[in-house]
Design a protein around this ligand. Sequence first.
Ligand SMILES: Cc1cc2nc3c(=O)[nH]c(=O)nc-3n(C[C@H](O)[C@H](O)[C@H](O)COP(=O)(O)OP(=O)(O)OC[C@H]3O[C@@H](n4cnc5c(N)ncnc54)[C@H](O)[C@@H]3O)c2cc1C
Length: 289
Amino acid sequence: MRHEIYDVVILGGGPAGLSAAINATIRNKKVVVVEQEPSMTSLKKAPKIDNYLGLPGSSGQDMLASFNEHARSMDVEIVARRVEAIGEFDGYYNILLGENMIQSLSLIIATGVPYKATLPREDDYVGKGLGYCATCDGPIYRGKDILIVAHGPEAEYEANFMAEICRQVYYLPLYKNIGELDERVELLPRTRPQAVMGKDMVEGLELANGQAIQVEGIFILGAETAPDRLVPGLLIEDNHIKVNRQMETNLPGVYAAGDCTGAPYQVAKAVGEGLVAGLAASKYSSRKK
Ligand SMILES: Cc1cc2nc3c(=O)[nH]c(=O)nc-3n(C[C@H](O)[C@H](O)[C@H](O)COP(=O)(O)OP(=O)(O)OC[C@H]3O[C@@H](n4cnc5c(N)ncnc54)[C@H](O)[C@@H]3O)c2cc1C
């Protein structure tokens, strides 16, 4: 990836993110789309779309391929990484991608339907032993036992990283075809996580197969992202990012588009909001320069 300060960084390569990207590119902005895994885009799962104007009967997969082709034909840079965390410093957004960091004047969040906690009292344990980015919190768990609930193979990198510093890393895969795990990582049988153990702080995790694993840290990785965990201070209303008609959030230079801003969860809405966000973020980054 290029080493420069971007005008617009877009999180998510679904219809909203790609629409934002082509429109900011047309405005001559330096743009990058960061997409963790194109197969996680909702559109790819849609068997047949009949309500997108002018393209009746398209499969979601074909539509997504043609959206991507359009973006690539305009030289939009697309990086295959998951955004782990974002911070703001001195008017720039710093976006953590694994071990790399990129900077941008503005951000567009287009990460799809937001993550909803699935474990009982999950939200109560956040910051008290439960987290969503192992590499970010790694040093806190040096020499301790942790458990990773892995929704997808991208969690393997974080498990191997944690194996370097933790006493014991347990890996609970919720997917098939496990890749290469460090030999120090203990692979658990594929079963659902049931409940966090511990009164105030995490003390372990109960599994649906009756096992109870004692640990001080639990990381839930590879699930959909809760946007306010990615961008601290982001205002959420009814589980969606609060935006105005310019797709502005409550944070300066941060815009949102698509399913993450609320229903209806539809391609046409995502594409339209992506357009507005792309134009608004372009205007913002021009003003900042
Ligand atoms: C089965 C099914 C049928 C559907 N049928 C229709 C239909 O008939 N008509 C219609 O209009 N709509 C339909 N939809 C809905 C439509 O697919 C969505 O509304 C649309 O895809 C939303 O676009 P989006 O860009 O907001 O989100 P998404 O398409 O979900 O894209 C978000 C992207 O962000 C990425 N992402 C998330 N977090 C991160 C991160 N931290 N770092 C990097 N990338 C990240 C995800 O991998 C994902 O690819 C259907 C959906 C499904 C699942």
